[in-house]
Design a protein around this ligand. Structure first.
Ligand code: 5GP
Ligand code: MG
Ligand code: MG
Length: 180
C-alpha cells in the first residue's frame, strides 16, 4: 500500500493503519463478541463522536441479537487529554441487569473509560466490558482491563476512521499518525 501524507491544521500526518487491516481486526473482534455474548443480548453503548465508523463496521459483523445506543461524553481537547470526565449524555436505556459493552474509538490515559465505567456500574448492570478500536497501552493510568482491543498503538497522536484533530479528519478511511 502506498503511504500517503496529509496536512490537517498545523500538522502533518501519514498513513499508519490501512482500512484493510482495520477491517480484518474488527472482524476478529466481532467473532469474539459473538461467542462471548451468544445468549446475553448485549447492549452496545457507543461513545460519540469518535466511535462512529468503528461501531458501524463492528456491529454489521456481529450476528447475535443485540441493541445499540449512542452516548456522548467529551473530555479531550486538542492533542492532550484533560483527564476530566463529564456526565453521560443521551443514556436513555435502563441498564439494570443488562450486559453492557462500551464501544470507544481509543483508550489513551483511560480517564474517560474509567470515569464512564464508574458511572455505569452505579446503575447495576449485569456486566460491563469495553471494546475499543485503538489502545495506547503505554499511556494507561488506571488499573483496568480492556477486554476487546482491535489494535494497540504507540504513544503517538492519530486521526482518521472516526478520530479527529480539532474537528477534522474523522472522514478518513485509514488511520493516520502524526509526523510533525
Ligand atoms: P483518555 O481519557 O483515555 O486519555 O482519552 C480518551 C479520548 O481521548 C478518546 O476517546 C479520544 O477522543 C481522545 N484521544 C486519545 N488519544 C487520541 C489520539 O491519538 N487521537 C485522537 N484523535 N483522539 C485521541
Ligand atoms: Mg472516545
Ligand atoms: Mg477528539
Amino acid at each position: 500500500m502506498e503511504p500517503r501524507t496529509i496536512q490537517i491544521h498545523d500538522s502533518e500526518f501519514s498513513t499508519y493503519i490501512f482500512e484493510e487491516e482495520i477491517i480484518a481486526r474488527i472482524t476478529m473482534l466481532a467473532e469474539q463478541i459473538d461467542k462471548d455474548y451468544a445468549d446475553k443480548q448485549p447492549l452496545f453503548l457507543a461513545v460519540l463522536n469518535g466511535s462512529f465508523m468503528f461501531v458501524s463496521d463492528l456491529l454489521k459483523r456481529v450476528s447475535i441479537p443485540c441493541e445499540v445506543s449512542f452516548i456522548r461524553l467529551s473530555s479531550y481537547q486538542d492533542m492532550h487529554s484533560t483527564g476530566k470526565v463529564k456526565e453521560i449524555l443521551g443514556l436513555t436505556e435502563d441498564i439494570f441487569g443488562r450486559h453492557v459493552v462500551i464501544l470507544e474509538d481509543i483508550v489513551d490515559t483511560g480517564h474517560t473509560v474509567h470515569g464512564l465505567l464508574q458511572q455505569l456500574k452505579e446503575k447495576s448492570p449485569a456486566s460491563v466490558e469495553v471494546a475499543t478500536l485503538l489502545m495506547k497501552p503505554d499511556c494507561l493510568q488506571h488499573d483496568m482491563k480492556i477486554k476487546y482491543v482491535a489494535r494497540s498503538i504507540p504513544n503517538d497522536f492519530v486521526v482518521g476512521y472516526g478520530l479527529d484533530y480539532n474537528g477534522l479528519g474523522r472522514n478518513l478511511r485509514d488511520v493516520y499518525s502524526i509526523v510533525s
